[in-house]
Write a protein that binds this ligand. Sequence first.
Ligand SMILES: Cc1cc2nc3c(=O)[nH]c(=O)nc-3n(C[C@H](O)[C@H](O)[C@H](O)COP(=O)(O)O)c2cc1C
Length: 207
Amino acid sequence: MAANKEKSEPRLFGSTDLSFIENDCWQLLDAAPEDLSSGWRLPVLGTASRQRTIVLRDVDPSARLLIAHTDTRSGKVNQLVREPLASLLFYDTSIRVQLQVTVVTEVQTEGPVADRLWAESDVSSLRGYLAPVAPGTRSDELTVNLPAEFRDELPTRQQLESGRRNFSALIFTVTSIEWLILNRSGNLRALFEYDIAGQVRRSWMAP
Ligand SMILES: Cc1cc2nc3c(=O)[nH]c(=O)nc-3n(C[C@H](O)[C@H](O)[C@H](O)COP(=O)(O)O)c2cc1C
């Protein structure tokens, strides 16, 4: 018989006050890029016809920004340029909280955010930008899509430079966050909506 693996009660965000919960969401999002154990570090980005996992690289709670990076040649860039309205889905099993986030996306290939992200990221997370062909291109052979010399070895910072042209920052401005916490004594759900001026409307919802 399976052992009784009772889970501990989830973090209740310390309060049932909506502004406290909203603030805690942003604090946890802000910590996620540096926290390898956070489920919120790996959200799912949804565009019209497709979803994919990405890494959350940076967060600016005061400007309501979530930031990632991607290959400018990838299918998602095409979709996001055509339709900047997108969604990000977060779930962290340890706190049992899901966030359904709606965003407006800026794809920034040249600009201060892309430059900073490129400069601050590890070589290991940038090597993929040296891919000789566009990600998603059909291939007759098995391929890792990396120059042969960098398959087993990381490039130097200087060798990486030719990949910069393939690199874009994805700057997501959050327009709403729907929060859902799973709880043995009953789930809880709330909605935080932001207008253009950054004013927030906070509501409880029936889960
Ligand atoms: C754990 C994980 C993290 C990933 N992180 C990124 C990322 O930060 N940026 C990215 O462009 N793709 C990332 N990918 C790959 C994407 O999920 C996707 O396969 C790729 O970007 C192509 O997507 P597209 O064809 O829809 O553009 C990641 C995949 C996994 C499994």
